[in-house]
Write a protein of this length. Structure first.
Length: 400
C-alpha cells in the first residue's frame, strides 16, 4: 500500500486548512478603464462577462494564464539552496481552459526522497461572475493522491478553497493567505511568472530573475527522433533523453547524464533540480508535446548512464523501471546514499570507470536480484564489502 502524502508546502498547508475563503482581486486598470459592469458605479451582472467566459474583476485576468513560482514568503526572499526554504516554495499553473496544477518540494523525505519538485495539486480554477470571487475547486492535494488520480483512481478526496489575490501583473502575482486559525497572521506570497501568456500590456518575463533562480537550458529538441538535451549554464554537464530502441513500436527511453569536460568534476545542484528545464520537468513537457500526454522520466527511463557527474542523495531512488545502469568517467565516483535503493527492475550495474568508487548507505536496491560488473580490484573489494554489510544479494562479476 502506498504511503499517505506527508509533505505539502507551507503555502499548500495554509490552503488545505481553508474552505471557501474569499480570493478577491484588487487594483485598477493602468489605463483608467473600469471593468465592464462597473462603469460609474454600475453593477449590472449581465455585463460582467467580457466575452472570454471570465468576468472582469478590475485587473486583466489573462495575466494569470501561465506558470508561477514563489520568490518571496511573508516578505523574505526564497533561496532554494537553503533547505529551510523548501517548504515555502510552490509552483502554480493556471491554464486558460480553467485547469490548475501545483508543484511542491519534497522536504520531509517521504519514502526516503528529499529535494525533488513533485506534482502535488491538481484541479480547476474559476471566477464567480456574481460575487467577483475566484476559487480552486475539484482540487486533489498530495503527491501520491495526484499520482493515483492521474493513474485512474476515482475515490480520491477533492476539496475547494480560495485565497486573496492582492495584485496581478503580467510578471508578478501576490497572494495573501489567511492564517490557519483565528489567531494566526496572514501570510503574503509573491510569485513570478516563468512561462505563459501576458496580458494586453504584453510585458516580458524577467529573464534575469529566471537565470538567478537556476541555470538549465534546452539546447536540442527533436520530437521526430525522440531526443531531448538540456545543459546547465556553467556548461559542465548535460542530460540527454532519447530512445535507444523500439519494441512493438514503443520506444525504450534512456537518460545519459554526462560531464562536458571529462577532466573536470561536475555536480547536480538543488537549484538545478527545481528548474522547469530539469530533465524530469522537461520530459513531461516533451511527451505532452510529442504524444499529447505528459509522462514522467521516473516511470519511463529504462537505461541510465552517468559519466563524470556527481549525483545527489536519493537522486534516482524512485526510478523503479530502470533495467540497466552504467557508471563511467575519469574521476573517482561515489554512489550517494539511497541513490538507487528502490530501482526494483534493475538487472545490471556496469561500473566502467577505472577510477576508485565509494558506495553510500542503502545506495543499491535490496529487493531484487541483479549483477554488478566491476573493472578494478578496488571496485571489487568495495562492492563485496558493501554486500557483506547490507541485505543486498546480488551477483558480482568482472566487466569484460
Amino acid at each position: 500500500m502506498k504511503k499517505t502524502f506527508k509533505y505539502i508546502s507551507l503555502c499548500g498547508m495554509f490552503l488545505l486548512g481553508l474552505s471557501l475563503i474569499t480570493f478577491t482581486a484588487c487594483g485598477g486598470d493602468d489605463e483608467g478603464n473600469q471593468p465592464k459592469g462597473t462603469e460609474n458605479g454600475a453593477g449590472n451582472d449581465d455585463d460582467d462577462d467580457d466575452g472570454s467566459g471570465l468576468p472582469s474583476v478590475g485587473i486583466n485576468i489573462e495575466n494569470l494564464y501561465g506558470t508561477w513560482e514563489t520568490v518571496s514568503y511573508d516578505g523574505k526572499a526564497i533561496d532554494l539552496s537553503k533547505e529551510e526554504d523548501w517548504p515555502k516554495w510552490d509552483k502554480f499553473e493556471f491554464k486558460e481552459d480553467g485547469s490548475f496544477n501545483g508543484w511542491s518540494i519534497n522536504y520531509n523525505g517521504d519514502e526516503g526522497i528529499r529535494g525533488r519538485q513533485e506534482h502535488t495539486k491538481l484541479g480547476k480554477w474559476a471566477y464567480d461572475a456574481t460575487t467577483k470571487k475566484a476559487k480552486l475547486y475539484d482540487l486533489v492535494m498530495g503527491y501520491h493522491e495526484v499520482k493515483d488520480y492521474l493513474n485512474g483512481k476515482t475515490d480520491v478526496q477533492k476539496i475547494e478553497m480560495a485565497v486573496t489575490l492582492s495584485s496581478l501583473s503580467a510578471t508578478e502575482l501576490k497572494l495573501t493567505i489567511p492564517g490557519r486559525n483565528a489567531f494566526a497572521s496572514p501570510v503574503t506570497v509573491v510569485m513570478r511568472k516563468t512561462n505563459g501568456g501576458g496580458g494586453d500590456d504584453d510585458e516580458e518575463v524577467d529573464d534575469e530573475w529566471e537565470d538567478e533562480a537556476s541555470n538549465i537550458a534546452v539546447v536540442e529538441e527533436d520530437l521526430e527522433n525522440i531526443r531531448f538535451v538540456i545543459r546547465n549554464e556553467a556548461h559542465n554537464w548535460q542530460a540527454v533523453i532519447q530512445a535507444y530502441e523500439f519494441v512493438e513500436n514503443s520506444p525504450r527511453i534512456e537518460l545519459i547524464v554526462e560531464a562536458l569536460n571529462p577532466q573536470q568534476k561536475a555536480k547536480i545542484t538543488a537549484n538545478d533540480m527545481q528548474h522547469t528545464n530539469f530533465w524530469e520537468q522537461a520530459f513531461m513537457r516533451y511527451t505532452e508535446q510529442a504524444a499529447g500526454e505528459a509522462m514522467t522520466a521516473q516511470e519511463n527511463v529504462k537505461r541510465l548512464t552517468i559519466s563524470g557527474v556527481m549525483l545527489r542523495q536519493n537522486q534516482f531512488a524512485d526510478y523503479e523501471e530502470i533495467h540497466e545502469i552504467t557508471i563511467d568517467g575519469l574521476n573517482d565516483f561515489r554512489i550517494p546514499a539511497g541513490c538507487f535503493q528502490n530501482v526494483t527492475h534493475l538487472e545490471a550495474l556496469f561500473i566502467g570507470t577505472r577510477a576508485d568508487i565509494a558506495l553510500g548507505k542503502n545506495c543499491l536496491p535490496s529487493s531484487v536480484g541483479f549483477t554488478v560488473y566491476v573493472s578494478t580490484d578496488q571496485q571489487y573489494e568495495t562492492v563485496a564489502e558493501y554486500q557483506r554489510n547490507s541485505d543486498c544479494r546480488f551477483g558480482l562479476e568482472w566487466l569484460k
